[in-house]
Design a protein. Sequence first.
Length: 431
Amino acid sequence: MSMAKVRHLLHGIVRLNMRGTSPERFLNLCTLAGLNVWQVKKEQENLLFYMEIRDFKRCAPLARKAGVRLHIVEKRGLPVFLWRNRKRKGWAISFVLFFLLLLFLAQFVWEIDWSGNRRYTESELNHYLQTLQIEEGIPKKRISCARLEEELRESFEDITWVSVRLHGTRLFIRLRESEVPVRQEVESGETCDLTAVSDARITSVVVRSGIPLVQAGDTVEKGQLLVSGTVPITDDGGEEISSYRVRADADIYGIRERVGRKELPLWREMRTETGKKRYGIALEAGTHTFYWKIPEFYDMIEHTFDMAERWGFFRRSRRMKPAWTIRTEYRKLRLPLDFYLPLSVGWSEYRETSVCEKRYTEPELAALSAAFQKETEEKLIEKGVHIMASDGRILINGGVCHFEVRLQTEEPIQVVTQGEQQRNEHNRDND
């Protein structure tokens, strides 16, 4: 709708029928007086045109001067509606209550919009917001944008930049994630050792702080000490006379074995579409969803027979009711200026399906095993792990299929741990 039509509806318009000997003179006088006239149409000897109500009140002297008579054919617009319903108090009360309801809903957040997140899904981030008691429906006054930005940066180390702003009933959160994986660190000044996270064969050792206890080519076990944070102090004869603790820091790479497993039932439920479709409307309000399937003639006949059977008029042979797959596209109700409402309306498509059980074939199991192997490898590659070898296996035990992926990887194998002396001191403090 154009702005001119909106203005006309707000001010109110009238459609006039003009009769007289000098209609052209009247139109010229209206133009000179600044009165807007549009959609002029000749009907027999009369002229039909539109004019705003406020201009119509000013054109009476011009009509007398031009010798024409004006007759109102139609009146439209907000002033006309209010005048016709001036004695209907229910309309006025409903109108006021509607805007009061909109004003009340405007004090809450009904939409959380994320952007820039690649490593974290929206469900993970929304779950974190719920731990901060921030979710859809929260009052806007309880949200501090600056505090939320600080909380996100502190809780997610690989998020380098956050922007939070409120606009209308929407909460916009913009993220920027670090491209470099975050290294495991301890607090500044805290001493520690480095131990092996798993059994591995060392390929490279680069020590920046601490005493290395392994070298390239060594085979280590899980939990074995790799770099000690205890630095000895020796005398001129090489004997240890004392020691002090430091924070061990090193990059130790090794070749290790990883195993990924997944179970899958050999029999699965297959749904085949019959081609029959129905349509309906869905309404989503918060956590509640309401579906209404538009009935057809066949559905009404079936409902009639069901009711007659329930009342005991006759008995039909039992048949399995058809299963329906529902696909709904929701659209959140909104007003201009990002004013979102806590309601979503959707158009649902119901597809009738027949349900049966089917066993996986060998080619299907091989394809699923290859997909699981590829998924496992991609997750490790995203973490910066170098895959040297990969082998996928399929094991069938009864009615269950086991997928197993064995990988040989080269990756950092050190993990930060407290030294024995520091652990003893920590335990004494707790006691």
